[in-house]
Design a protein around this ligand. Sequence first.
Ligand code: PMV
Length: 316
Amino acid sequence: MKSTASAPAKIILFGEHFIVYGGKAILCSINKRITVESELTKTGQIEIESSLGKLKTSKSGAYKNADLVFRPIVYIAQRMLEKFHSESGIKIIVRAEFPSGVGLGSSSACCVAAAGSISGLFENNTKEEILKLSIDAERTIFENTSGADCTACVYGGILEYNKDGHVKKLEFVPKFDLVVANSGIIHSTSKVVSMVRQFKDERHEVFSSLCTQEASLIEEALNALQKNDLTKIGKLMTQNQEFLEKIGVSNDTLGSMISLVKDVSYGAKITGAGDGGCIIALADKTNLDRTLGALAKKYECFSAKIDMIGLEQSST
Ligand code: PMV
């Protein structure tokens, strides 16, 4: 039997960085997926194949010794084999429709898809159980994860969340397109978060005023999203980008990418930590081709819709 599961990429629509200091953020799943396929083998080993490389390891070896890229998957495989006292090995294939390391949540999508696929070889789990397993797996590489990215991958749609772990799926179904463009600059979230902390320590009043402005922007955004008011959502994205520039997480490349779509999209901003990674631009059928066209000459980009499905599982 082959057990397959897939989970979507995510973007941060509003609120990155300010969330670290107590604000809310708005996260969306998008319709680009990571698919994990697994099957039991007689080799007694855990074998993983992905575009990031291959791994063959003893199923009894500690997952902590596995390369970071594979560690959560090895953790899930070992946990399931142990739980069911299985003598088998597992072969796991990972396929991604979007790049990793650029703030689109590839590691969370991989944890969720792997949890769904590997656990599906042994038992039928609820989405809540798979979420828990995937967050445990993500903690093997990112100890302090809020779990928000995995939650978005499991349930899909738009989520409001904060640092204390409050996560709420918003009930409205958005009708817009996003253009996601990759700067090609790999960023380190923890490095950028430290840069922002330094900014906050040195310019406390400016930072505190930006936090207050961001909090009211988020409330306006929730309202505009509910009405699918694209002009307003786009304006708020542009304004959010200005706040992000003030705290120093944009750079010349990201700034010029945003300028390219300034007059054609409804609005644009970086998504995630910044200092590299991706930007997102808001569009609909009236301006999608022009927005993509403005970026495609220089940057890897694609259009995406909000994914309302989240985790999908099947077996053959
Ligand atoms: O680039 P990403 O997807 O890792 O997003 C980081 C979001 C931050 O707000 C910058 C950090 C955080 O922990 O929320």
